[in-house]
Design a protein around this ligand. Structure first.
Ligand code: G6P
Length: 588
């Protein structure tokens, strides 16, 4: 959601800023813009739609050695050139990721002071307020410090001030921002992939910090303007991990990494029949709350099923945007688990902070190292998915499911169950190697599909249905198999695709009865099972290997992801960057 890239150095800035922005496309955006310095003046170019539209308006050979760029995911005001960033007021030009919650109050105050606003955005108040305060403070750093104190909400910002074109300024509160250095100069960026073509070393700006960056120097200050020393971080993945590597889409590439991701996640926590010290020691909790958004919420539903079954601890799964505002029944015997691929989702972060404020133990299950959620939780467990670029999460989901399954074993104290995690990679490879086009061929012409399953299979239905919706724009609903007949079955007509999932023998006959109910209404049934029986209640079947209950949900998601991918491809959708979606949702 909104991406920021800036460069100041000896090389031309525009190619670096634009190439960085392209690596942030996965975050989701609907317009883009750059500001750069030319002959002592700040020039701004913006365009609606994809970055290529912006590139068509830009002269790459421009002799400019400082620039900031931005991809905007619209929140306040439609995607338009005026609403796109950078925004400029007086001497200040700004790109911003996040939301300024008190922008209307600031805008009103500044309008009374004679300031003119041209956009509908919350962001425009930032340069306006900076400019207003600068007239009093005269010092740029002091101006930024004073201004940030007046802003409420979340932000990562890049700033150019006309009076100091030898430095780029940046600040962060709530939204991520890194600073990286290569031999030619310095970068700011929302995320590591933007700078990986040049360097893998970076520093992470912490909450409230302000940076002053020249082509050869980086100074970081805290919110009292005391200088702070920063620790350099090294991104361990290769540039390849953030590139397509011959695959047509990132989504497909990332699904095909799932065997490796499974093994790396297991090997990071397990050594033979015991856990390594990377697995935290937990006290005996009486109950667990899992809190997350989107797919991370659905993986939480898988976690509930496994932890309840194997560790005998009651688990409730909650959507973070609700959890942060509702009355929660927790105490010192509760563990709150926040699951987040990005570690930056605003609602998940707020839910974590709420639990911490109430003195509850928190565990973060996160993919992005150093992200806000990973740093603020009492315990952090990383999944080993590597950078995930496609907006629709796949390998991170599988890695989270793997880790929750390991956690169920840990909390159960039945270490012998770790044997079940051995040799799974080869089954994942077998599942990946199958062809899923024939299932997609059935689905892609329909406007409605249903996913039905019971217990943990229902959690997989939720994820399968979401994957299909977000990548192919086909309406899809997931139901507990026994519940469909209580109303919604009225939508099943001749040929309606219904994906029935059953990987648990104890409820197989019940799920099959429900599948027969839709078959009797002429639905086209795709049956996903680990029990290869010949029968007439399905039209097509996907047979999975029969693995332990701890492993089954991890591998069952793979065909669902590949079906969604193939359907989206048949419908010519923008698979890696579906419309309206953002990968990292840093606003409420
Ligand atoms: C967005 C993404 C989803 C993701 C959700 C939670 O909506 O498009 O794929 O599941 O955010 O993100 P998180 O980074 O917290 O897992």
């Amino acid at each position: 959601m909104c991406g920021i890239v800036g460069y100041i150095g000896k090389e031309k800035a525009l190619p670096r800023v634009l190439s960085g922005l392209k690596f942030l496309e996965y975050r989701g955006y609907d317009s883009a813009g750059v500001a750069y310095v030319k002959n002592g003046n700040v020039e701004i170019v913006k365009e609606v739609g994809k970055i290529v539209n912006l590139e068509n308006k830009i002269n790459y050979s421009e002799e400019t050695f400082m620039g900031i760029g931005h991809t905007r995911w619209a929140t306040h005001g439609v995607p338009s050139i005026i609403n796109s960033h950078p925004h400029r007021v007086g001497k200040f030009t700004v790109v911003h990721n996040g939301i300024i919650e008190n922008y209307l109050k600031i805008k009103e105050m500044l309008i009374n002071e004679g300031v003119n606003f041209i956009s509908e955005t919350d962001t425009e108040v930032i340069p306006a307020l900076l400019n207003y305060n600068y007239n009093k403070e005269k010092d740029i750093l002091k101006t930024i410090e004073v201004t940030l104190k007046e802003l409420e909400g979340s932000y990562a910002i890049g700033i150019i001030c006309d009076d100091d074109l030898d430095n780029l300024y940046a600040a962060r509160c709530g939204s991520p921002l890194i600073i990286a250095k290569d031999k030619t100069g310095n970068f700011i960026a929302s995320d590591v992939p933007a700078i990986l073509s040049y360097t893998n070393k970076y520093i992470l700006l912490e909450e409230g910090e302000i940076a002053k960056i020249s082509s050869s120097n980086v100074e970081v200050y805290n919110n009292k303007l005391d200088k702070v020393e920063k620790e350099e971080m090294i991104f361990e993945g290769s540039q390849d991990s953030a590139m397509l590597n011959g695959y047509e889409h990132y989504m497909l590439k990332e699904i095909h990494e799932e065997g490796k991701v499974f093994s790396e996640t297991v090997n990071y926590y397990v050594d033979g029949n015991s856990f390594k010290n990377t697995m935290p020691e937990f006290k005996d909790y009486k109950n667990i709350h899992i809190v997350a958004c989107g797919s991370a919420y659905y993986v939480g539903c898988i976690g509930k099923s496994l932890i309840e079954e194997f560790a005998n601890i009651p688990v409730t799964v909650e959507v973070a945007s609700e959890y942060r505002y509702k009355k929660n029944f927790y105490d010192k015997d509760t563990l709150v688990i926040i699951i987040s691929q990005s570690g930056e989702t605003a609602d998940s972060l707020a839910a974590l902070r709420k639990a911490k404020e109430d003195g509850i133990d928190t565990l973060a299950i996160v993919n992005v190292v150093g992200s806000s959620i990973s740093r603020e939780a009492d315990y952090t467990m990383y999944v080993k998915a590597g950078p995930e670029i496609a907006v629709a999460t796949t390998k991170a989901f599988l890695a989270q499911a793997t880790l929750l399954s390991l956690l169920a074993v840990k909390l159960s104290n039945k270490l012998e169950l770790l044997n079940e995690f051995v040799g799974v990679e080869k089954y994942i490879k077998e599942i990946l190697d199958k062809d899923y086009k024939k299932y997609a061929n059935v689905i892609y012409t329909h406007n409605d599909t249903f996913f039905i399953g019971r217990l943990v299979d229902y959690a997989l239905c939720l994820e399968g249905s979401l994957k299909l919706k977000e990548t192919s724009y086909i309406n899809s609903v997931a139901f507990q198999a026994g519940e469909l007949k209580h109303g919604t079955i009225s939508l099943v007509t001749d040929g309606t695709p219904v994906i029935g999932i059953c990987t648990d023998e104890s409820i197989e006959s019940k799920t099959i009865s429900n599948i027969k109910e839709v078959k009797a209404r002429n639905a086209f049934v795709i049956y996903i099972t680990n029990n290869d029986i010949e029968a007439d209640f399905y039209d097509l079947k996907i047979v999975l290997p029969k693995l332990h209950k701890l492993i089954m949900p991890i591998v069952t998601v793979i065909p669902l992801q590949l079906i969604a991918y193939e359907v989206a491809k048949l419908r010519c959708c923008d698979i890696d960057k579906p419309r309206n979606l953002a990968k990292s949702v840093t606003v409420e």
